[in-house]
Design a protein around this ligand. Structure first.
Ligand code: 7TS
Length: 409
């Protein structure tokens, strides 16, 4: 599908913001939704709405087929070995907390190590901080190279035989860095540690193959890949998930309930307590269909091209600092920057006056902000509907902002 054709599938894009056509450059926070996702959710509520896994009536069967069908689509999308390895969660955050609370509580003890990096999102820091505190374990950080990449030498220096869990983001939501997950997994496994991957910024943008990566857990969110909010995925290797205890207890996840003892359903349902996120899963399934129609290779190529174009154009703006890898091939479609000493919030406000939506702040990565020695940055993040014209509009906005703040100061 051509870029202009893809855009037509996103009704929200066709609007003006402050008198200018909208340029949405905040897809790392959440992506826009194609019409077929909106239609799938609407169709579910209009025609099929019912609770799942209860058999008997027709609507119930349709809802179950929709929900479990979405699980098959996810399995195929990330090339998991079996559908039992796909657990629906509320999002990446919930998925990572599940691993920390279930696998972590059972397998991490006093003096053991949990290894993460300086570039992690708070969702891949705090669950491990809490686990380390509860268990008397040590939370270690892999340092970054100057350009915001990871070197395997430093990975090797940090992971030891005391390391029980290594958890690393696949793609950085701030620097755009694509991390060498397969190689890090090999190192983690050589020390007997499990490898957890925060795939929130990868699954929407690059082809993920969990069998090829050989990671033990992989977490991502539906809302960053054209799907609705409130649905996400935890992939886990079956042998590990089988041994893990649920963290939420109640309806749906049980097999037998006695007065003082209960047993759990088999995988994956033992981790899905309560009425599940039925419409969310169906919406995610529709988003996967849409992404696969376009092709992940095409999406990845498009974003590399946009990032390269943006970095080239933006580097011509005087006083602009871009963070992260200089080589656009080493990064996904995220460009984080600051303009002289203009506060990123002020910058984002001026850009919004010109219809350009970017995010400003710490991007839920305060340790990384400290590492970069800044309190905040502005960030443009691209997706399938963005164009080179969008980048031009961003650069025009930055030029206007520069002149405006020069005059004010
Ligand atoms: N991990 C990464 C790498 C992320 O970018 C995000 C969200 C999360 C985890 C959490 O995902 P959630 O769906 O559970 O909230 N990142 C961003 C962002 O960069 N701006 O807003 C949200």
């Amino acid at each position: 599908m051509l870029n202009q054709e893809i855009r037509k599938h996103f009704p929200i894009i066709e609007q003006e913001i402050n008198g200018h056509p909208l340029v949405y450059l905040d897809s790392a926070a959440t992506s826009q939704k194609p019409q077929q996702v909106i239609d799938a959710i609407r169709n579910y509520y209009e025609n099929d709405n019912s609770n799942v896994h209860r058999g008997v009536h027709t609507l119930g069967n349709r809802a179950t087929e929709g929900y479990e069908g979405a699980r098959d689509k996810v399995r195929d999308f990330i090339n998991a070995k079996s559908r039992e390895e796909i657990v629906f969660t509320r999002g990446t955050t919930t998925a990572l907390n599940l691993v920390a609370q279930s696998y972590g509580s059972a397998n991490v003890g006093e003096g053991d190590e949990i290894v993460i990096t300086y570039m992690e999102h708070h969702s891949n820091i705090i669950p491990w901080q809490q686990l380390a505190k509860a268990k008397g374990a040590v939370l270690k950080y892999i340092d970054l190279e100057e350009d915001g990449t990871l070197s395997l030498d430093k990975v090797k220096e940090t992971i030891t035989d005391r390391t029980k869990i290594v958890s690393v983001m696949h793609v950085s939501n701030v620097l755009g860095t694509i991390n060498p997950i397969k190689e890090i997994t090999e190192i983690a496994h050589a020390h007997g540690a499990v490898m957890v991957v925060d795939g929130a910024q990868a699954a929407p943008h690059i082809k993920v193959d969990v069998q090829s990566l050989d990671c033990d857990f992989y977490a991502f969110s539906g809302h960053k890949m054209g799907g609705p909010t409130g649905i996400g995925v935890l992939y886990g290797k079956k042998a590990l998930l089988n041994k893990m205890e649920p963290v939420e207890f109640g309806g749906e996840m049980i097999d037998f309930v006695g007065l003082h003892e209960s047993t759990w359903k088999e995988l994956p349902w033992k981790f899905e307590g309560g009425t599940p996120i039925i419409a969310g899963a169906i919406g995610l399934g529709a988003a996967i269909d849409f992404l696969e129609e376009i092709g992940l290779d095409h999406i990845e190529r498009h974003e590399h091209d946009l990032a390269a174009y943006a970095m080239e154009k933006m580097s011509q703006v005087e006083g602009l600092t871009i963070y992260g890898p200089k080589n656009a091939e080493a990064r996904a479609g995220v460009v984080t920057f600051n303009l002289s000493d203009v506060h990123p919030h002020d910058l984002a406000t001026v850009l919004d006056m010109h219809g350009v939506a970017v995010r400003a702040g710490h991007h839920c990565a305060q340790p990384l902000m400290k590492w970069l020695d800044v309190s905040a940055t502005a960030r443009a993040s691209f997706y399938i509907y963005n164009t080179k014209e969008d980048v031009d509009r961003l650069v025009d906005g930055l030029q206007v902002a520069k002149e405006y703040f020069n005059e004010v100061n």
